[in-house]
Structure formats: C-alpha cells, structure tokens
Design a binder for this molecule. Structure first.
Ligand code: AMP
Length: 430
C-alpha cells in the first residue's frame, strides 16, 4: 500500500528546487551587502514562546499551532514563525552584550495548521530578517530598502510594499478605544468572529476578510489619525528616507498585522499571480517583544517572505530558472567502452565538470535522446573503434557536428575543452 504525504505538506521536487536555491543564493548575496549574518534556529520550541509573543488570541495560537506534549511533559510546538525564535535566541545568548546592533537572517520551514489552498500550506518556508538594538527611523527605512532590494534581485515585477503605522504604547490604547467604540456601534453588522474578538483584539477588525466587514471598513477609525507626535514624526521620517532613495511605498491606513507584537512601522508585500493569497511577505517593528520575552529593553524590527509564494509569483511571471545541465553526456557502446566511459566520467567529475553517463548497453539513439533531454552541449561517444584507437568522438549538439577523435581517450578535462573550442573556431573561420 502506498503511503501518501500529509495534507498541506509538500515535496519540493528536484525540478522545482532550482528556483528555491536561486532565491536563497540571491537572498544571501543581498543580506551580505546589508551586513546581516545568518542564524540557524531550531524547528521545535516551547509552545509558551509563541503564546507570549504572537498572542493568545491570534489565529496562529488559537487554532494553528502544531503543539504537543513531549514525553517529559514539556509543552512544545513546531514553530509557526521565526521572529519569536530569533528573539528567544537573542535573549538566551545575551547578544546585546557583544554587539549593540544585531542583524540576522534565516531560511527555513514554518508550520501552521491552516486550511490548505494555492499558496497556503501547513509547512511553508520563509526567508526572514531581524534587526535588534535600533529604534530610529533610519533602520526602518534600511529594512524597507533591503526588502525592496530583495524583491528586485529575485526579479519580482509586480511587488508592492504597503506600509502603515501601528502606534506605540502611548497612542495605541486611544486608537484601540476608538476602534472598540466604533465596532460596538456597528456590532450587528460585523461577522461572528469580529463580534467575538471586538473586546479582546479589536485591531483584527481591520484585516477581517469577510464581505460585511470589508464593506464597513472605509468608516473605521484610522491609526494615522490617532498617532502621538513621536510616532507621527517617526513614520514621516521613514517615508521620507525611502522616498529620497526612490523606494515606492503604498500607504495602507487599515493594514494591521496578524501578530500582536507589532508597533509603529508595519508593512506587507503583495504581488500578482497568487490569487486570493496575494501576500508575499510582511513585517514590522516590535519594540516591546525582547523585553516581554525576558530580555533587555531593546528595539526590534524584521520581516519574513514566503518562499512558496515567491516561487508562484515568479512562475506566473514566466521568470526563467537557471537549470543546471551536464556539460558532457558520456555514451558508451559495448562492454569495453563502458569500462572506459566509467573512468573517464569519474576523471572529468573530479576535474570539476558536471557529467552524466548512461550504462546498461542502450543504443546510441536512446542515449542521444536522453542527452538531448538533459540539454547537454556535448556527447562523448565511445564505440569499439574509439576504444581500439584510444580516442574519443564528441558530438557538438549545438553545431550538430561530430568531432571524430578530437582528443585522446585519456585526455584530461582541460585538454578536451581546449580541443573542442579549437574545433569550433576552425569551423567558424571556414
Ligand atoms: P506572516 O508570518 O504571517 O507575516 O507571513 C509572512 C509570509 O509568509 C506571508 O506573506 C506568506 O508569504 C508566508 N506564509 C504565511 N503563512 C503561509 C502559509 N500557510 N502557506 C504559505 N506561505 C505562508
């Protein structure tokens, strides 16, 4: 009996993983330029870490965590996101003692028991970044520039960064009260979830996707009308710095983030090609979080991008992936040739070339077909004659030409490459 994969948990097959590797290596190069260091965080954490940071009333904690009790009675969970883990690690290793500003990035799987659909999985992968130790608007702008840079480096054409301010401990309570008062005045018209959450977590009213709540939104109070002078100044400066550097941001006065810990600058990236799940990434400032998880009063800001969604956007856009292909396909004909092909293949691989070899006495036709499928530019054909004469014949697939006896059978990689290049240039001149 076959054992299928689990709903919402997908394989990334060799054909698709090229795009993933490309996204990761591109991200690494960009993070390097902004002087971020990679952190590798564990997948299992104590469940309390997310209850205390993401928030008891968030969807993630209420219904989506893969939490379980370990054999020793400890409450554990597969991590649903990376920020809380990064903060836990920052506090645990007292990173503030060795560096006043810490900039880190991570790649890796996250787990949320959501309802699977296109672009929404139960195991998904994020590329994330966090900065600890700076609360000035210039670092918010630097993080937004970094995000914009990443999207461009990935080749995302339709990316749009939306921003809002969520206020601080000074001004958020006033906004919250205004929101509750407004929500209470329209209680009958809100969806059941929003009615329930109205007192506990009124900010969620603003990102509810139910039709009736979306319709009411234009009348809802806006955070930007309730910000204190300090938050206003901070936000204006972030916008100004980004504008000077030519990074386009879209003001979204009703954007709130699903996680409780955000304050001041919050942002979200959307792109086309995803259908209803159009968010590719998001993040924001979380100044109280380090303290609330037992660390010093150190500010923080970060974001996470979803790798599956980035891959979908790029695919929908028709963006090319650099597909790895062998430089040489070795096609032996007969037992003696096969032995020679085996060691030649090993020699060229050791020399640094990507080489594929067929075996099992297949016909030349079938080997050529496979070489064509793999898009190898050269096929090294070893028949009885070649082995007897101690030479190799190479078919140049692009020039559609056979180079008979182009190099000795024991030639090294450099000799063969040089012989092929000179054969091609002689032909070009002719
Ligand atoms: P969040 O941590 O919720 O802010 O999510 C950040 C990004 O992670 C989102 O914009 C998505 O690109 C991605 N993401 C979040 N949840 C999922 C999911 N269930 N499946 C796939 N990607 C997800």
């Amino acid at each position: 009996m076959k054992i299928p994969s689990v709903k919402g948990f997908h394989d990334v097959l060799p054909g698709e993983s090229a795009r993933w590797s490309q996204l990761e290596s591109t991200a690494r190069a960009v993070f390097d330029r902004y002087n971020f260091g990679e952190i590798r965080l564990p997948i299992v954490e104590r469940a309390d870490l997310f209850r205390r940071s993401v928030g008891e009333t968030s969807d993630i904690v209420e219904k989506e965590m893969y939490a379980f009790t370990d054999r020793d009675g400890t409450d554990l969970t597969l991590r649903p996101e990376g920020t809380a883990s990064a903060v836990r690690s920052y506090v645990e290793h007292a990173m503030q003692a060795s560096e006043p500003v810490t900039k880190m990035y991570y790649f890796g799987p996250m787990f949320r028991r959501e309802r699977p659909q296109k672009g929404r999985l139960r195991q998904f992968s994020q590329i994330g970044a966090e900065v600890f130790g700076r609360d000035d608007p210039a670092i918010d702008a630097e993080v937004l520039l970094l995000l914009d840079d990443l999207l461009h480096a990935f080749g995302v054409e339709s990316g749009e960064i939306g921003v809002n301010t969520l206020g601080c401990v000074e001004c958020r309570p006033g906004f919250r009260a205004a929101l509750v008062a407004w929500g209470e005045s329209r209680r009958e018209e809100l969806c059941a979830d929003c009615q329930r959450r109205l007192q506990q977590n009124p900010l969620r009213l603003l990102d509810c996707k139910q039709k009736q709540c979306v319709a009411l939104r234009p009348e809802a109070p806006k955070m930007t009308d309730h910000t204190c002078a300090a938050c206003r100044e901070h936000f204006d400066r972030v916008l100004e710095l980004c504008a000077v550097e030519g990074v386009e941001l879209v003001l979204q006065p009703y954007m709130v983030r699903g996680l409780d810990y955000y304050c001041r600058t919050a942002f979200e990236v959307v792109a086309q090609g995803l259908g209803s799940q159009n968010a590719v990434g998001g993040g924001g400032r979380y100044d109280g979080l380090v303290r609330s998880l037992g660390g010093p009063a150190v500010a923080g800001i970060g974001f996470a991008l979803g790798v599956e969604r980035l891959a979908l956007v790029l695919e929908a856009q028709g963006a090319e992936v650099d597909k790895a292909k062998p430089e040489f396909f070795v096609a032996p004909l007969g037992a003696a040739a096969e032995a020679a092909a085996f060691s030649l293949t090993h020699r060229f691989r050791a020399g640094g070339a990507r080489v594929e070899m067929d075996s099992g006495g297949k016909s030349l036709k079938s080997q050529m077909r496979r070489a064509g499928k793999l898009d190898a530019p050269y096929v090294i054909i070893l028949g009885e004659d070649e082995v007897a004469e101690g030479v190799m014949t190479v078919r140049d697939m692009r020039a559609r030409a056979d180079r008979r006896g182009v190099a000795p059978l024991d030639a090294d990689l450099a000799t063969l490459r040089a012989a092929l290049a000179s054969a091609a240039s002689v032909e070009e001149r002719a």
